[in-house]
Write a protein that binds this ligand. Structure first.
Ligand SMILES: NC(=O)c1ccc[n+]([C@@H]2O[C@H](COP(=O)([O-])OP(=O)(O)OC[C@H]3O[C@@H](n4cnc5c(N)ncnc54)[C@H](O)[C@@H]3O)[C@@H](O)[C@H]2O)c1
Ligand SMILES: O=P(O)(O)OC[C@H](O)CO
Length: 325
């Protein structure tokens, strides 16, 4: 099986590594010529996945046309760039496996909706779950959701993308897999704030639980299934990214919690913290859908520069309510 990977960041590189180890023929497109050269010449991606010896069979390219005869393409650019990169990719009806986690600013579309609009003939699947790239690249055990409305294609992709240490669980709930991955990044920023501001472990557990309630309310309003949100791509990924400074979103939140300015924290970042881009558009989408998302609203205010003390104070001062509400 020939696998194309669009995106030479940490996650695209780690997924290329998994596929190459399974004997797949892998071509990885990277935006940066330095990444292309480094993968081809030294079998390393020092810019985005330092310290990992890549399979020498992975070929890198800066030409999207080189992916035109792949059997499947993993789309692993940041969510905000999926539309523009796919529009430049001559890939016809090749199945696309979307691995970015986010909601497009402006259009308020999930990544799957973006891809469908650009390549209406391409079948769409979503790969999402608790997956730090460096752990996957190191061969540590990992499990993900592989969602595709076409059940037969989804099972075929789940089988072909699995590896001994990389378990894929098939699902037909594409929206559910996407929404879990997008929303957890925003909530991870909130958990980082709790850590950075020294608000304690009780507060962090409360934020995870009430954040999951937010994710579920929004997901159900957008057609997701509850069991998907409670699975690997929802609750599983929420727990991972709300617990570790390995998460870029959590780390961003730690800085905000310490009182650092969002603009300074985001400036000069080479790696992506998707939650910073998803938070404002998620807030808009939630308001459109009439869904209450107070933690998301709080994260937006913090990103806009509101003082931590005020934002936390306002969250805690909301009227008491029924837990199921
Ligand atoms: N890193 C992980 O552990 C991990 C795991 C699962 C999912 N993801 C998701 O994968 C996606 C990619 O993240 P990553 O961690 O591989 O990236 P990264 O932070 O390692 O690297 C940044 C990436 O953004 C790309 N980029 C920057 N500006 C761009 C532009 N204008 N157009 C196109 N691409 C541009 C760079 O080329 C690079 O590939 C994100 O949606 C992320 O949430 C990441
Ligand atoms: O580093 P983060 O916060 O982008 O998280 C990476 C992955 O999404 C974890 O599943």
């Amino acid at each position: 099986m020939r696998i194309g990977v669009i995106g030479g960041g940490a996650w695209g590189t780690a997924l290329a590594q998994v596929a190459a180890h399974e004997g797949r023929d892998v071509i990885l497109w990277a935006r940066e010529p330095a990444v292309v050269d480094s993968i081809n010449a030294t079998h390393a991606n020092a810019l985005f996945l330092a310290g990992v010896a890549l399979s020498p069979t992975i070929r890198a390219t800066g030409d999207l046309g080189a992916l035109a005869d792949m059997d499947a393409i993993l789309v692993v650019t940041p969510a905000q760039h999926v539309g523009s990169v796919l529009a430049a990719a001559p890939i016809g009806g090749i199945p696309l496996v979307l691995c970015a986690k986010g909601i497009e600013a402006g259009s308020k579309r999930l990544v799957g909706e973006v891809a469908r609009a650009v390549h209406p003939d391409a079948p769409i699947a979503v790969l999402s779950g608790p997956t730090f790239a460096h752990e996957v690249a190191a061969g540590l055990p990992t499990a993900v959701t592989l969602a595709c409305e076409d059940e037969a294609l989804g099972e075929a992709l789940a089988t072909r993308l699995a590896a001994r240490h990389f378990r894929t669980y098939a699902s037909t709930d594409v929206a559910g897999a996407e929404i879990g991955g997008a929303v957890k990044n925003v909530l991870a920023i909130g958990c980082g704030v709790v850590e950075g501001a020294g608000l304690g472990q009780n507060a962090r557990a409360a934020l995870i639980a009430r954040g999951f309630a937010e994710m579920t309310r929004f997901g159900l309003a957008r057609g997701a299934r509850a069991e998907t949100l409670a699975g690997l791509s929802g609750l599983g990924d929420l727990v991972l990214t709300c617990s570790s400074t390995s998460s870029r979103n959590f780390s961003l939140g730690v800085g905000l919690g310490r009182g650092e300015a969002a603009a300074a924290l985001l400036a000069d970042r080479r790696t992506v913290a998707e939650g910073a881009f998803t938070a404002p558009v998620l807030r808009e989408a939630a308001r459109d859908a009439g869904v209450d998302m107070p933690i998301t609203e709080a994260v937006c205010r913090l990103l806009e520069g509101a003082p931590v003390r005020d934002v936390i104070g306002d969250l805690l001062a909301r009227p008491l309510k029924d837990e199921a509400g």
